[in-house]
Ligand binder design. Structure first.
Ligand code: NDP
Ligand code: MG
Length: 380
C-alpha cells in the first residue's frame, strides 16, 4: 500500500499536535513530508526527530540557525512567509493539512490548491477572507477541501450520499463558550484567564478567545457558506453546551441528521485524512448512557455582537469578511496582551467595518491590501 505524505502547516499548534497523533496511530498509511513552526523550536526539534520530515519551515533566520545547530542537514529548510509558500509549492505531498492560525494560512493553502491536492482545512480564516477565490481555484485545479473544523466535518459526514438541493438548513452547534451564562454587563469585566478557559475544548489561544466572543461561530457560518455552497438563510446556529452533537443538517422532508462524539479533534482530522474510508480507532469512546443530558438554546445576538457582525458581513460579501477577520485578529491579540477589554473586541471590529471601504469581487491582491489596511486601522 502506498503511504500518503502529509504536509502539516502549523505542526506545533493544537491541530498540528492532534494530527501527528493520528499519523502516529497509522504508520502504515501516513508519513510526514513537512513540519512548520513559528517560534516553538524545542517542540519542532522533537517532532523532526520522531517523524523525519523532508521539509522544515521556520519563521525567521534566528530560528533557522537554531534548528540547524540542533539537527544539521537532514532536511530542506525554508524560512518565513515566502518559505511557507515555496515549500508548499515544491513539496512532494498528497494532503496539505492547513493549520496555521489566521490570515497567515491563506497563501500557502492556495499553493496546495493550485497543485490540485487534498486540503484538510482547519484554517477557517482562509475561506472567510477569500471564499470565492478559493472555491474557483478548487474547481479549476480539481483540488478538494475536506473540513477539519468539527462542525463542518459533522455536516460533511451528514451529507455524504445526500443531494444538495434536498438540504433545508445547516445547524451549526456552539458550546456558548465560558461566558454563556454571564449577562452582557458582566462581560465587560472578564479577564484574559477566564476567557482562555474553554469549557470543552483545548485549543490555541486565538480560537479560544474567538469561542468566548462567539466570533469563532461567526467565522464558521461563513466557512460553511463557502464549503457547502448555501445561502445565509440556510445556516443556523444553536447553542449546545455539552459539545456532543458537533452539528446537524435538516432536510426538506423535516428529517435531521446529526454527528455525535465526545469532543476530540483527532476524529475530524482522521476523517479528513482517510475519507472516503473510515479507519478503526479508539480516540473517543462515547458512552451515551453516561451523558446526563443534551440541551439546546438559541444564541443571544445582542450579548454576542461578534456573531451578529459575522452574519452581516456574510450578507455584504466582498472584502467585508476580510475586514472583520483582520480587525478580529488584531483585537484578540490586543486583548490577550491586556491592552483592551473583552467588550472592546466587537467595538473595534464594528469601527473597522464602518470606516474601511468594502470592495466587491476582490482579487487576491485586493484582499491582501484590505487585510493590511484593516490591521493598520485597528493598531492606530
Ligand atoms: P495554535 O495557535 O495552537 O497553532 C498555530 C500553529 O501555527 C503553530 O504551529 C504556530 O507555530 C504556527 N503559526 C502561528 N502563526 C504563524 C505565522 N504567522 N507564521 C507561521 N506559522 C505560524 O492554533 P490552533 O491549532 O488552535 O488553530 C489552527 C487553526 O485551526 C486556526 O485557524 C483555528 O481556527 C483552526 N481550528 C482549530 C481547532 C482546535 O481545536 N485547535 C478546531 C477547529 C479549527 P508556533 O507553535 O511555533 O507558534
Ligand atoms: Mg469549530
Amino acid at each position: 500500500m502506498q503511504k500518503k505524505n502529509i504536509f502539516i502547516l502549523g505542526s506545533t499548534g493544537s491541530i498540528g499536535l492532534n494530527t501527528l497523533d493520528v499519523i502516529r496511530k497509522f504508520p502504515d498509511h501516513f508519513c510526514v513530508e513537512a513540519l512548520t513552526a513559528k517560534s516553538n523550536i524545542e517542540l519542532l526539534e522533537e517532532q523532526i526527530l520522531e517523524f523525519s520530515p523532508r521539509i522544515v519551515v521556520v519563521k525567521d533566520e534566528k530560528a533557522a540557525k537554531e534548528i540547524q545547530k540542533r539537527i544539521p542537514g537532514k532536511f530542506d529548510l525554508f524560512i518565513g512567509d515566502d518559505g511557507l509558500i515555496e515549500a508548499t509549492r515544491v513539496g512532494d505531498y498528497d494532503i496539505l493539512l492547513s493549520a496555521l492560525v489566521g490570515f497567515a494560512g491563506l497563501k500557502p493553502t492556495i499553493e496546495g490548491i493550485k497543485r490540485g491536492k487534498r486540503i484538510a482545512l482547519a484554517n477557517k480564516e482562509t475561506l472567510v477572507v477569500a471564499g470565492e477565490i478559493i472555491t474557483e481555484l478548487c474547481n479549476k485545479n480539481n483540488a478538494e477541501i475536506l473540513p477539519v473544523d468539527s462542525e463542518h466535518s459533522a455536516i460533511f459526514q451528514c451529507i455524504v450520499g445526500e443531494e444538495s438541493k434536498e438540504i433545508n438548513k445547516l445547524i451549526l452547534t456552539a458550546s456558548g463558550g465560558p461566558f454563556f451564562g454571564k449577562s452582557k454587563k458582566e462581560l465587560s469585566d472578564v479577564t484574559v484567564e477566564e476567557a482562555l478557559k474553554h469549557p470543552n475544548w483545548n485549543m490555541g489561544s486565538k480560537i479560544t478567545i474567538d469561542s468566548a466572543t462567539m466570533m469563532n461561530k461567526g467565522l464558521e457560518i461563513i466557512e460553511a457558506h463557502w464549503l457547502f455552497n448555501l445561502r445565509k438563510e440556510k445556516i443556523d446556529v444553536l447553542i449546545h453546551p455539552q459539545s456532543i452533537i458537533h452539528s446537524m443538517v435538516e432536510f426538506i422532508d423535516g428529517s435531521i441528521k446529526a454527528q455525535l462524539s465526545l469532543p476530540d479533534m483527532r476524529l475530524p482530522i482522521q476523517y479528513a485524512l482517510t475519507y472516503p474510508e473510515r479507519f478503526e480507532s479508539s480516540f473517543t469512546n462515547t458512552n451515551l448512557a453516561a451523558l446526563k443530558e443534551l440541551t439546546f438554546f438559541n444564541p443571544d445576538f445582542d450579548k454576542f455582537t461578534c456573531l451578529k457582525l459575522a452574519f452581516d458581513v456574510m450578507e455584504q460579501g466582498g472584502t467585508a469578511p476580510c475586514i472583520l477577520n483582520a480587525a478580529n485578529e488584531v483585537a484578540v491579540e490586543k486583548f490577550l496582551h491586556g491592552e483592551i477589554k473583552f467588550t472592546d473586541i466587537p467595538e473595534l471590529i464594528e469601527k473597522a467595518l464602518n470606516n474601511i471601504e468594502n470592495h466587491s469581487e476582490p482579487d487576491l491582491e485586493t484582499i491582501v491590501e484590505c487585510d493590511r489596511l484593516t490591521r493598520d486601522f485597528i493598531l492606530e
